[in-house]
Design a protein around this ligand. Structure first.
Ligand code: PEP
Ligand code: MN
Length: 361
């Protein structure tokens, strides 16, 4: 995997030396007073960049679509009078032109835009060789290649201060999250591109105030490089995303209460971790052998079904397997969701094995 040519975050000039990058501010810039009052409330050593959406991508027409260029003037005022760096979302070349004209420090690409290769190419060209920080939110759908492709297009246009923002993934099913975090995706992004800073947006993952803190802590437990938190001086009356925004004091307190984790262990902790990791490696080894054995049996079942000309999917049998494994899992303190996910994956693989046997000439 080719590495990205990215400057370390410490060289971005945002002022967050040795601590996670703190980005906070309203979902949308609504009025000059709201922008200034929220910004004044967010002045704190843990907050480095003031965010506010100026052009809002809305699911349905007729909702508030942002104040546009006028609001960029308010962000300039925040920058000049309060000394905070400022950031906004850009979704086309004209947005980029205006954001650069008003000297916005951080430009982020929204989830809906990341998913569009044509728009990403247009943005990358409009931003060519910029010294500004560009942050790329994950696409709405859990597609890591699409996310990486957007970053590649920017990097290929000479942009070097790039970060990824994890804001969760939309799902049709109702869950406790507005956008399901699917942590395995940013974890895989980090595995492939350790040089790329990853920031978490707990607000759009949560969709409600109560979850913002635990989601932020999870991100820091995973050693993310920063947080982008929505904050409004009067959240209940916000023109967009009212239920997930925190008052500035709550954001400041939260950043003080969060635990920061170290990237690697030393001393006693390192020794204990090494021993436990060895145990994990042995257990993983056993799991793989057992899965191999299970698939061999599944294959034999496929042969019997073929001879007897039976359908592969035997629905009552599958229901029984799932009910039994979920019940057994509970005795081992394993959640139903986890056992289901594991056995659904195993069952799918078994079916594929059997299908291969049945279609063999
Ligand atoms: C936002 O940050 O206000 C926003 C619209 O985010 P997303 O693109 O993640 O939906
Ligand atoms: Mn929002």
């Amino acid at each position: 995997m080719k590495t990205f040519d990215i400057l370390p975050m410490i060289e971005w000039g945002l002022g967050n030396e040795n601590i996670p990058l703190g980005i906070a501010g309203p979902c949308s810039a609504e009025t000059e007073d709201q922008v200034m009052e929220t910004a004044r409330g967010l002045i704190h050593r843990n907050i480095h960049v003031y965010r506010a959406g100026v052009w809002k991508p809305r699911t349905r027409p007729g909702s508030f679509e942002g104040m546009g260029e006028e609001a960029l003037k308010w962000l300039s005022r925040v920058k000049k009078e309060l000394g905070l760096k400022v950031g906004t979302e850009v979704a086309n070349a004209e947005h980029v032109r205006l954001a650069l004209k008003y000297d916005i420090d951080v430009l982020w690409i929204g989830a809906r835009t990341t998913a569009s290769p044509f728009t990403m190419q247009e943005l990358a060209e409009a931003l060519r060789d910029t010294d500004k920080v560009v942050l790329v939110k994950n696409p709405m759908n859990p597609d890591l290649d699409l996310w990486m492709g957007a970053i590649e297009r920017l990097n290929a246009c000479g942009i070097k201060k790039i970060g990824a923002i994890h804001r969760g993934f939309s799902s049709y099913a109702k869950t406790k999250y507005r956008n399901v975090p699917q942590w395995q995706i940013p974890i895989e992004l980090r595995r492939r591109h350790p040089e790329l800073p990853i920031i978490c947006d707990p607000s759009h993952i949560s969709g409600c105030r109560e979850l913002v803190m635990p989601v932020s802590q999870m991100a820091l437990n995973l050693h993310f490089d920063g947080l982008m938190i929505e904050s409004h001086c009067n959240p209940e009356c916000a023109w967009s995303d009212a239920s997930q925004q925190l008052v500035p004091d709550a954001v400041k307190k939260m950043t003080e209460d969060l635990y920061l984790r170290r990237a690697s262990a030393d001393g006693e902790a390192a020794i204990r971790l090494a021993a436990l990791r060895q145990q994990i490696d042995e257990i993983d080894n056993q799991i793989i052998s057992i899965l191999g054995a299970r698939m061999n049996v599944a294959q034999q079942i496929g042969e019997v079904k073929k001879e007897a000309n039976l359908a592969i999917l035997q629905n009552t049998r599958w229901k029984d397997v799932l009910a039994k494994t979920v019940a057994d899992g509970q005795k081992q303190n394993l959640s139903e969701a986890f056992v289901r996910a594991v056995f659904e994956a195993i069952h799918t693989e078994s079916i594929e094995r059997q299908n291969a046997v049945m279609t063999e000439k």
